[in-house]
Ligand binder design. Structure first.
Ligand code: PRP
Ligand code: URA
Length: 243
């Protein structure tokens, strides 16, 4: 797919002409049709800068991550289908509007995805939330599935899949396999993500072209340990355990 070639080509050009990769315009990245990236507003850029900064303490990391998560959830909800709905206003007039079509649920990829659950709850009162525990091996970066507990009627719902980091795409692909094996339709999956590497986007969208991937930011690539660069380090550690 042409999508993943852009950063590689530009990495080669950057090395050849000694250009700083940081000034490469992210907006030139050709997005596959099923990927949505939040608009690069000053606010989003400032929030992302806060959580990328290694000197940001855990309290601030949580606060600013939660702000981005809220924006992602709101964007995700924009992609759910609606049906016509007419209501009567207190002035006794009819208003022809819309209402959401169908039921939703959240599914978080533990541990880091759990950080996104509250943002979803803040927008969707008493939303059901399933959990899939997948951990990357620290040496090989290969994902391992340990546990899945999902709403019993998940096959009839739109699923907001929650994981802040998309690196190689291995964990997301495993989680999507679990959802499909429980009868969820691929085109009813909305994957919400804070930072994506082109490699992860490529891997997920090559395998799954019907789901929707909504991310706040697309980074340059992966380092030798398969961490996203420039990235923000280990999201789960920074949100849940570091000082
Ligand atoms: C992180 C992250 C994703 C995964 C992304 O989780 O939250 O689930 O890595 O990497 P990938 O795209 O290469 O699979 P990790 O397994 O480190 O566990 P954690 O949530 O406990 O931090
Ligand atoms: N998981 C993280 O938390 N960060 C990365 O950069 C890659 C995987």
């Amino acid at each position: 797919m042409a999508m993943a070639k852009w950063p590689r080509v530009n990495t080669v050009l950057a090395l050849k002409f000694k250009i700083n990769l940081k000034i490469m315009p992210k907006s030139d990245y050709p997005l596959p049709p099923n990927v949505v990236c939040l608009r690069e507003t000053n606010q989003i850029e400032a929030l992302l800068t806060m959580i990328r900064d290694k000197t940001t303490n855990r309290g601030d990391f949580i606060f600013y991550s939660d702000r981005i998560i809220r924006l992602l959830v709101e964007e995700g909800l924009n992609h759910l289908p609606v049906v016509e709905k007419t209501v009567v206003t207190p002035t006794s007039n009819e208003f022809k509007g819309v209402g959401f079509k169908g039921k939703i649920c959240g599914v978080s990829i533990m541990r880091a995805g759990e950080a996104m659950e509250q943002g979803l709850r803040d927008c969707c009162r008493s939303v059901r939330i399933g959990k899939i525990l997948i951990q990357r091996d620290e040496e090989t970066a290969q994902p391992k599935l340990y546990y899945a507990k999902l709403p019993p009627d998940i096959e009839s719902r739109y699923v907001l899949l929650l994981d802040p980091m998309l690196a190689t795409g291995g964990s997301a692909i495993k989680a999507i396999e679990v959802l499909l094996s429980h009868g969820v339709k691929e085109d009813k999956i909305l994957f919400l993500n804070l930072i994506a590497a082109p490699e992860g986007i490529d891997a997920v969208t090559k395998k799954y072209s019907q789901l929707k991937l909504i991310t706040a930011c697309i980074d340059k690539g992966l380092d030798e340990k398969k961490y996203i660069i420039p990235g923000l380090g280990d999201f789960g550690d920074r949100y849940f355990t570091l000082p």
